[in-house]
Design a protein. Structure first.
Length: 547
């Protein structure tokens, strides 16, 4: 996703230490041994009230003989008109089963049935405080949009609201007939109902996390953009924005083709890009991406194209290959940030990639100054919204860029395709990516992953060079000055050029492993200029002495 503030932008035992880092919120948010296979959501929406009615059938298994299971659902409070009230819980055969609703969960007592599918039906109603945003769009028209990240689905849907428990799902939405309803997956049918209402049914047959299980209901104009590898591409816009918005969303087809070619097959039944009224600039809901209504401009604009690429990249990274816990968010947002930049490199060239990388570098520097102890993998944050920061996005993207340069283009893309193939429609954590990339490259990457994911900050270098005519060598002095005191192993590249018509164009590739280091590069004549990191391959701030 893109936060509003990030919206308009071009945008060893070391090995064992990394692998021992476990997701930080599993025990708090999940039930070991309980695995949801499918949710069948039925929702009734109204124009006369913000109250919704819901019925959800949940199919799940238990690996043990536990008789009490729970599902997240924000309950109604005595001092608030918002929240969901459970009216009944029954088994699939209609037989009522005991339940209680407390601490924003529904606890259900069931007969023991280890390793057997169990189905329960939960009926409820209420007014969601968030999660399902019921409001007016910029044209004053009423709209309904799911806004589930990070765990806001539980405000209007009974679920295990954690990215590690993925499931298939379907939505049956009973709403006034004036609305068109979008949801995950394939449209099954629309059918008229009495009293000017309509039932719309969608089904998603690929397991997805609850953060991207959503509906949207509004007046929409829909354009069928075409198809890519059999995947239909659609644009859903408010009618008053449709002429401009259809232009803005049109690059989606080329973006989808690029990612299929570079990463692997697309996992979902369609790709719909949807104008919406939600809190994020873009939200990568599986197969139906929601974009904030404020981004419509009506021409092929690089910012909107970059946003499309970011959210479409999430369909592979975040939706299909899903982080096992919020602490691993960079596996979603860092990937989307970098793969958006890779698409722009493909479409517009290396200069555009460098412009994005440099802008992202500035955001990392500013955030690091504010949060000097912040790391990419963060298991300590209790406010999950705080994870939407440049460490997860821009620094995560830079880690992938450095990994690409560490192991080379061929190994990088081989590893990316293998990672996606292995964890498609599954969950992964950073150690899984590391293992795949080690196999693809034949290199040990424990130190690389350890220092960039679990160590705060970035290298801050002061460097200088002088020519020693006696030794016929260029002497380069480099010192790490970062205030964190942490030492980084830094691959350094220097471009050395001649002067006065004497051509010396060469590149020195060195590795800094100490706080202060001197390198000697044999050189027959005095160079005219020396530049550090000419290809922009390392996340660092480098200052040349005397400059």
């Amino acid at each position: 996703m893109k936060r509003k503030g990030l919206l308009i932008a071009l945008f060893v035992s070391v090995t064992s230490a990394v692998q021992c880092q476990q997701p930080g919120n599993l025990a708090r948010y999940t039930q070991p041994g309980v695995d949801v296979q499918n949710y069948a959501f039925s929702l009734t929406l109204s124009d006369s009230t913000n109250q919704i009615k819901g019925e959800t059938t949940i199919r799940f298994t238990r690996t043990d003989d536990r008789q009490t299971v729970w599902f997240d659902l924000i309950g109604s409070k005595a001092d608030s008109a918002q929240g969901m009230k459970v009216r009944s819980v029954s088994l699939a055969d209609g037989k009522a089963t005991p339940f209680s609703q407390r601490n924003d969960r529904v606890f259900i007592n069931l007969p023991a049935a280890p390793n057997q599918p169990t189905e329960v039906v939960i009926r409820y109603d209420g007014t969601p405080s968030k999660g399902l945003i019921i409001s007016q769009n910029k044209f004053g028209e009423r709209t309904f949009f799911g806004d589930n990240w990070p765990n806001n689905a539980r405000n209007y849907l009974p679920v295990v609201d954690h990215p590690s428990d993925k499931a298939t799902c379907s939505f049956s939405v009973n709403a006034p007939a004036t609305y068109r309803v979008i949801a995950n997956g394939k449209l099954l049918n629309e059918s008229p109902l009495p009293n000017g209402r309509k039932l719309t049914r969608w089904q998603e047959s690929t397991p997805i996390p609850t953060k991207v299980m959503v509906i949207g209901a509004a007046r929409f104009a829909v354009e069928e953009v075409g198809s890519v590898s059999g995947v239909p591409v659609q644009s859903w816009l408010y009618p008053n924005d449709s002429q401009k918005g259809f232009i803005d969303y049109r690059p989606a087809k080329e973006i989808l083709q690029y990612f299929i070619d570079k990463i692997g097959p697309y996992s979902y039944e369609k790709l719909a890009n949807v104008e919406s009224t939600t809190i994020f600039g873009g939200m990568e809901n599986a197969s139906c991406i929601f974009y904030n209504e404020k981004v419509i401009v009506g021409h092929k604009d690089s910012d909107v194209e970059a946003l499309l690429a970011h959210e479409i990249a999430h369909q592979w990274f975040g939706n299909s290959a899903t982080e096992s816990d919020w602490s691993q968010l960079w596996l979603s947002e860092g990937f989307a940030t970098y793969f958006s930049a890779l698409y722009l490199e493909h479409a517009y060239g290396k200069d555009t990639l460098n412009a994005v990388l440099n802008q992202n570098k500035g955001q990392i520097f500013r955030f690091s100054a504010l949060k000097p102890k912040g790391t990419i993998v963060d298991s300590t944050t209790t406010n999950l919204m705080d994870l939407l920061n440049p460490n997860s996005y821009q620094k995560g993207g830079w880690v992938l860029h450095m990994l690409r340069n560490e192991i080379g283009d061929d190994a990088f893309w081989k590893g990316i395709r293998a990672y996606y193939s292995t964890y498609r429609n599954r969950n992964a954590q950073s150690s899984d990516l590391q293992a795949v990339m080690e196999t693809a490259s034949g290199k040990k990457l424990g130190q690389f992953f350890q220092q960039w994911l679990y160590q705060a900050g970035y290298p801050e270098l002061v460097w200088g060079s002088n020519y020693d005519a006696t030794k016929k060598a260029l002497v380069i002095d480099v010192r790490q000055t970062q205030r964190t005191g942490a030492l980084f192993v830094v691959p350094l590249t220097f471009s050395i050029r001649g002067s006065n018509g004497k051509e010396i164009t060469r590149t020195a590739r060195l590795t800094m492993t100490e706080q202060t280091q001197t390198f000697t590069v044999p050189l027959a004549i005095k160079p005219g200029s020396v530049a550090i990191d000419p290809d922009n391959t390392v996340l660092m701030r480098a200052t040349e002495m005397g400059k």
